[in-house]
Structure formats: C-alpha cells, structure tokens
Design a protein around this ligand. Structure first.
Ligand code: AHG
Ligand code: MN
Ligand code: MN
Length: 299
C-alpha cells in the first residue's frame, strides 16, 4: 500500500495532507544533502551554528507544510518565530536532525510534531508525529494515535513513492541496545552508574550521534536512547517541542516510555519554543529503572 492511500484510509484529512507534504519534501531534502553540507553565517535560536542543509530543509518543509492549508503555524528549531498559516494544526519540526554528521554520512533525520494547541504546548496536545530516517533506506515512521507505522521510499519508473513497510510496530520485549549522547565524563554519576548497569544486563552500545538514527534502532531492538542531564548542562540538549516530545509520542504508541529523569516527557509544559530537557526514551522497564536511579540521587 502506498502512503497516500494509507493516509486516506487512516488519518484525518489535515494530518494526512501534512504527512504527505513532509514525505514528498523529504526526498528533495535527501537529494540536496551532498550539496548543502557547508556552514552558513546563521545561528539557530538554541545558539547553534547553522549548516546550509539546516536552512534549506527548514525552508523546503515550511513551504510545503504551509501550502497544504492544514497548518495554523509552523515552528522550527531553525526559526525564532513560527510561520503563520491558515489551517488548524500547529506543526513543530526539527527539519534536519544530526546535521553535524553529514560529512561522515551517518544516518540523519527530520522530526515533526502535529499539535492541536498553539505552541509552545505539552506533548499531551500532540495528535500525531512523524520522523524521517535518511539512512541506507529513506523511511517515514509515523503515528496518529493508533499505532506506529513505517513506509520506505521506492524509486519507480516515473517517480519515487513511499510503500508500507510495517504496521503497528512495537518495541520488542527484550531490550538489546543503548546509546547515550554527550561524553561520559560529562554524565552525572547516576547516569554513568546506570549505563554501566545496562552493560551488566547484556545491552550493547549502538550509537551514531543522531537522535533519529539512535532512537530508530532502539524502536527495532529495544533498550534506551538518552541525551542526559550533563554536569555543566543540567537541561541537556534536545528540544522538547521539536525533538523529544514527538519522538516520545511515537515511542509511547509503540509501548515505550520517555522521561526527563523525573516525569513523562509528554507531561512537560515547555515555557519557550526551543526549551530543552534531559531525555531518556525507549523500553518502558529500562526507562523507569533509569528514573528510579536518577531520582534516588537528585534532590
Ligand atoms: P540537530 O542536528 O538537530 O541539532 O540535533 C543534533 C542532536 C541529536 O541529533 C544528537 O542526539 C545530539 O545532537 C548529539 O549531540 P552531541 O554532538 O553533543 O553528542
Ligand atoms: Mn535535532
Ligand atoms: Mn536540527
């Protein structure tokens, strides 16, 4: 089944239009990556230098989303203010996740949260979420609250389409892999000890430095991805609205749990658009054990 047919049968019209626009534009972004890897002068609202691909993907997706007529606003980690439009859904996006990994050809991603409330808003107001993985395959993984489903880009004689690859994807029972961002010497002791305990439980490290790529393998193999609180960066790095809440929504739909170390990431009400939080996401039993370990040592 092709993506457009799946969306017609399984998604509300506005969400289907937004998801289709993102899928189509993701192919343009993917084909542009080799030509847009240089740095540009700009700095994003989180104070991070921008790459040409960050700006190009932001503009490509924002234009395609606005053109659907289904987006009320489009907020992005690459823009100070949201683009205002005429629809009913508030879209928050990380248009290119992992852009520091372009030169090394590590997996990259794009993340989208579809919110029913004006932004900033908690993950509880998500009505859908989608991430694109640019890896050995280009895949779209999405949920509109009725399970997690995946599509893969397939080049046809006339065009490239997205074909259904998996329905109702669930985290496996047994956790197998973990990946933790930042560097070990920056992790707070409770995180370091917990990571050592994961090795003791037989989990193996699988880390590529891109949130989407690192989470995508946790969804298949079970375990945990974390960008934790760091000694000098207690709020961590990943942004709730654009990165961790949409991924936590998909993860919860797949039977998992995501925490900031104290509570469910989806319950956090961000005060600002780029607000970061520590993020621990994956198999529910592993992340709940992490919460116990971290809260046992914090005030
Ligand atoms: P982005 O490229 O959208 O800023 O995201 C990069 C993030 C995330 O993808 C990854 O988990 C993390 O940065 C890695 O950060 P460090 O390089 O600090 O480990
Ligand atoms: Mn990112
Ligand atoms: Mn990004």
């Amino acid at each position: 089944m092709k993506l457009d047919e799946f969306l017609r049968l399984n998604a509300p019209d506005e969400l289907g239009a937004l998801a289709m626009a993102v899928a189509k534009s993701s192919l343009t972004v993917w084909e542009s990556i080799p030509f847009k890897s240089g740095m540009v002068a700009g700095v994003n609202p989180s104070g991070e230098r921008q790459k040409a691909i960050d700006v190009f993907s932001n503009d490509e997706f924002a234009e395609a989303l606005a053109a659907t007529g289904a987006a009320k606003e489009i907020a992005s980690e690459e823009m100070e203010e949201p683009v205002k439009a005429k629809g009913s859904i508030s879209v928050a996006m990380d248009p290119l996740d992992g852009s520091s990994n372009v030169e090394t050809n590590n997996p990259l991603g794009s993340i989208f949260g579809f919110y029913s409330r004006s932004l900033p808003a908690s993950g509880r107001s998500l009505v859908g979420a989608l991430y694109v993985t640019y890896g050995s395959m280009v895949t779209v993984t999405l949920s509109f609250g009725k399970g997690v489903h995946r599509f893969v880009a397939v080049r046809g004689p006339a065009e490239t389409s997205f074909e259904l690859m998996g329905v109702n994807i669930r985290l496996p029972e047994r956790p197998e892999v973990y990946g933790v961002g930042g560097s070990r010497r920056e992790w707070v002791p409770a995180v370091r000890d917990f990571v050592d305990s994961l090795e003791g439980r037989g989990l193996r490290v699988r880390y590529c430095g891109t949130f989407v790529g690192d989470y995508n393998q946790v969804l298949s193999r079970g375990g945990m991805f974390a960008y934790p609180e760091l000694v000098n960066r207690p709020q961590g790095k990943l942004r709730l609205l654009y990165e961790t809440a949409p991924m936590a929504y998909i993860n919860e739909q797949a039977g998992g749990y995501a925490s900031d170390g104290k509570r469910n990431i989806l319950d956090i009400e961000p005060k600002t658009l780029p607000e970061p939080s520590p993020a621990y996401i994956g198999s529910a039993d592993v992340v709940r054990d992490l919460e116990k370990a971290v809260s046992a040592t914090s005030g």
